[in-house]
Design a binder for this molecule. Sequence first.
Ligand SMILES: Nc1ncnc2c1ncn2[C@@H]1O[C@H](COP(=O)(O)OP(=O)(O)OP(=O)(O)O)[C@@H](O)[C@H]1O
Length: 242
Amino acid sequence: MAAINILETKGLTKVYGGVTANSDVDFTLPTGKITALIGPNGAGKSTFVGMVSGRTEATRGQVIFAGRDISALPAHKRIQLGIAYTFQITSIFPRLTVHENVAIAARRLFGKKPAILASKITAALGKVDIEDRADQIAGDLSYGHQRLLEIAMGLVQEPRVFILDEPTQGLAESEVAGFIALIKSLAGETTILLIEHNMTVVMGAADWITVLDQGMVLANGTPEEISENTAVQAAYLGKTDA
Ligand SMILES: Nc1ncnc2c1ncn2[C@@H]1O[C@H](COP(=O)(O)OP(=O)(O)OP(=O)(O)O)[C@@H](O)[C@H]1O
């Protein structure tokens, strides 16, 4: 039986000089679900995700993935284990085609076996509904389609945990509903950790929400519980990004 929580952190802490960005964060990521990590500007979301993915070295604390302590592993080893992420800013190769972009990501996992690669790439592009754009130059795609390509590049690696960092940032309002549907369609086949400022997306997509404030966990709950939580409302009061 799959573990209830694919990923956990215990006492995860990051101190930059005199600034404590994360303080003793105990966090659980339920397997197969969509969990949103929210919080006002400077709450410590990016630092937390950096420590989970291995890009940021923790001052102390543990990251447990599928029952294994991965705290000491570098980022590339964590990717190999199945933790994929997309960045706030698009990270595609703009001069290559859509297909070539996904192929680069797929080769990390499937080597150079052409038949397997081709079917995996087609499947990943199909999941984000841009398979008809496979031969287009990635830099010529609309911004929204570039974000979808990025997601395809993550999906083709068949991640067990997929971290989406601000996936709807910069999208037109009209594109957001489609994005929520896409994110929801991925749950079950992978586990999603969504870092997102857009509350429509958070409330529409998340099964579970963890709220960070001043580097600490302020609350955990369902979207309904979090939207009614007065401590959460107070944390967002006066903040520009709420
Ligand atoms: N490299 C760094 N050096 C020093 N301080 C840092 C560094 N990175 C982050 N911080 C500080 O740590 C705190 C948490 O920042 P972090 O970027 O993790 O928050 P965030 O919730 O992701 O914010 P945002 O929503 O604005 O992206 C902030 O006070 C920030 O100034």
